[in-house]
Design a binder for this molecule. Structure first.
Ligand code: CA
Ligand code: CA
Length: 402
């Protein structure tokens, strides 16, 4: 890292931004895949004088032990391939692994007690899910250490712990011994020749926790379309043109496109100004058949139930376009209608439009007023001058006569 910083300092000014950006790109992943807590480190040449786990930075078989939680595709049965970041595929299994090594020097004959491994496998759906692994011991420093690995997906997914998959492998349990599912709960005790929580210092006693998770994508699609009510053309489209006062049918198509069951799906529809819901016109069609359902889709929303992967539903209702005088604008009105589907974790929107023309009366044109230009002004001034002169002449004549 010092070489990189010295490169920034020595670089001519015009390069410094680009170099800083490269530095940021390198530094960020190290921050994201953070282990903890901050603790003294050791080497194989100079191991720890006390019980401490996973703090040797040059383990020839492993590397930097602080990065002790890693993951890999379970289909990859070759050695190696462990990483901190995997892009998941729907339905695939992945291994999660924890390295366990008491760094205490062998000649001290120290034994770590109550050594426990525990993992946090979140149960939410997201495009990025981080798994945290914790290793604790009652007589080690620090008492608890942690590290993580991250799964990412192109769409939302969840990770399901594969029950019964947790194993511990070491020089005694060369084919692995079952750890139990509490690995993703309160934690499980590890050990050397039995799972009694005791792990002596040195390489002879190190081991690996492994278990599997299944990635299941979680996603749905939503399509909103419209047609003119009660006409020969029954196809639903993105937009239709109607006359004021006409009725239109809206269709909302929901489909579970992921690999998980989606529960408590709610469909809601927002009608724009110039359009009103026609009571008693909402129908739901799904694997349970077609049936009329209660009003409320344009108010609080309609609960359409839970859907298994591939499951779908149609919702249809009728709306009335306002009469000519009630439409918002003179000329063309595009009434955009938005449907929204919501699951407990996410929501999607889609729209459809109704185009309608409002005729407005042509306003009366006022009569054209005579224009007052410069020539007219001169004529007016001349006229006024003539009048003043005439009066003066008249007055003078009167004085002459008297
Ligand atoms: Ca890690
Ligand atoms: Ca649409």
């Amino acid at each position: 890292m010092s070489n990189l910083f010295s490169l920034i300092r020595r670089a001519p000014k015009r390069f410094s931004v680009a170099v800083a950006m490269i530095a940021a790109a390198i530094i960020i992943p190290a921050t994201v895949f953070a282990w903890g807590p901050e603790r003294p480190t050791f080497t194989i040449e100079s191991p720890a004088p006390y019980n401490t786990f996973n703090s040797i930075t040059n383990n020839p078989n492993y590397g930097d032990e602080r990065n002790f939680v890693t993951i890999k595709d379970a289909a990859n049965q070759n050695a190696g391939g462990w990483t901190d970041d995997i892009s998941v595929e729907n339905g695939k299994d992945y291994y999660v692994r924890m390295y366990v090594h008491n760094n205490a020097a062998e000649n001290l004959n120290l034994v770590a007690e109550n050594v426990t491994a525990q993992f946090n496998v979140p149960d939410y759906e997201a495009e990025r899910i981080q798994i945290d692994g914790y290793l604790s011991s009652s007589n080690s420093q620090p008492g608890k250490i942690w590290d993580q690995a991250v799964f990412t997906g192109d769409s939302r997914f969840s990770l399901d712990y594969v029950e019964g998959s947790a194993m511990y492998t070491n020089n005694v349990f060369t084919s692995g011994t079952s750890l139990g599912d509490a690995i993703v709960g309160n934690g499980v005790q590890l050990g050397y020749d039995k799972l009694d929580g005791k792990i002596p210092g040195c390489f002879q006693y190190d081991g690996f926790v492994t278990f599997k998770v299944k990635a299941v994508s979680s996603d749905f699609s939503l399509e909103k379309t419209v047609r003119v009510n009660d006409t020969e053309d029954k196809t639903f489209k993105e937009n239709v043109s109607v006359k004021p006062g006409d009725k239109v049918d809206f269709q909302i198509y929901f489909k579970n496109t992921g690999g998980t069951q989606l529960k408590d799906v709610v469909v809601k529809d927002k009608l724009p100004e110039g359009m009103s819901y026609v009571p008693g016109t909402t129908y739901l069609h799904n694997s349970g058949g077609t049936r009329q359902v209660a009003d409320g889709i344009t108010a609080g929303g309609l609960v359409i139930g839970g859907y298994l992967p591939g499951g779908d539903a149609y919702v249809k209702f009728t709306a009335k376009v306002a009469g000519n005088d009630e439409l918002p604008l003179c000329g063309t009105n595009t009434l955009r209608n938005i449907a929204k589907a919501t699951t407990p974790t996410v929501s999607e929107e889609d729209d459809a439009s109704v185009v309608v023309d409002k005729e407005c009366e042509t306003p009366e044109v006022p009569p054209e007023l005579p224009k007052t230009g410069p020539v007219d002004s001169i004529v007016a001034v001349l006229g006024l001058g003539t009048l003043v002169a005439s009066i003066a002449y008249y007055a003078a004549s009167r004085r002459a006569l008297s």
